[in-house]
Design a protein around this ligand. Structure first.
Ligand code: CA
Length: 233
């Protein structure tokens, strides 16, 4: 798999290891982001949605265990593979047991080449697993749609939507940036047979916006035409 455009987030407090990892991941074509502590790492992971996280265990403040637990405990970051870095003698058993949900681990000192191989393997595995479980997702800013289970999360919190609201949100999101007329929405979301009017579309969009709360402007009104999902969050 080409590693071009894959984003790796490195959470590590030691400057020399930061530099070493940064260099090797960049050489391999990854885009690299670096954080020096756990809390910032967690924040970046949520904001930037990296494809992979390399997480040191011993970090100032919030340690790697806590960060990993938080990542794997939240719907929006659960799917991001995590490779833990541990120093010899640190609680390796815990990591090895993967009870935290880390996808792999390496013990320091390690060769960057080995880490890159592990990274590739983990990425291949997690991407396959996603396909196998058929849990395609749609993401937009703070919004996450689980298409298989018809579940929606907003800023990490689940939002209850009716079946039609889910369909409407999904359609708008899949066509984001493009204006949809009320007639198109009726056709695509409700279907030809449904006994509904364009007024119904407005009512449902209104309710959907209410449920999106402070993110209601994800759905824009295009005067005289219809609705459009925002291009950018
Ligand atoms: Ca450390």
């Amino acid at each position: 798999m080409a590693s071009e455009n894959l984003k790796v987030l490195i959470v590590e407090d030691e400057a020399d290891i930061q530099q070493l990892l940064s260099f090797h991941f960049q050489q391999a074509g990854y885009r690299v982001e670096i954080c020096g502590n756990g809390a910032e790492g967690l924040k970046k992971a949520r904001e930037r949605k990296p494809d992979l996280i390399v997480l040191d265990l011993m970090l100032p403040g919030m340690d790697g265990f806590e960060v990993c637990r938080a990542l794997k405990g939240a719907a929006e970051t659960r799917a991001i593979p995590v490779i833990m870095l541990t120093a010899k003698g640190e609680e390796i058993d815990k990591v090895v047991g993967f009870e935290l949900g880390a996808d792999d681990y390496l013990t320091k000192p390690f060769s960057p080449r080995e880490l890159l191989l592990r990274a590739k393997a983990v990425l291949r595995r997690t991407q396959k697993a996603e396909g196998a479980e058929e849990t395609p997702q749609l993401r937009f800013g703070e919004l996450l749609l689980d298409l298989a289970r018809h579940k929606v999360w907003l800023a990490g919190k689940e939002v209850e939507l009716t079946a039609i609201e889910f369909k409407l949100l999904r359609y708008l999101l899949e066509t984001k940036g493009r204006v949809q007329t009320r007639d198109t929405l009726l056709d695509k979301v409700w279907g030809y047979d449904a006994y509904v009017t364009t007024r119904t579309v407005d009512t449902h969009v209104k309710r959907l916006r209410e449920k999106l709360g402070k993110f209601e402007n994800y759905i824009e009104t295009v005067r005289g035409i219809g609705y459009r999902f925002a291009e950018k969050a």
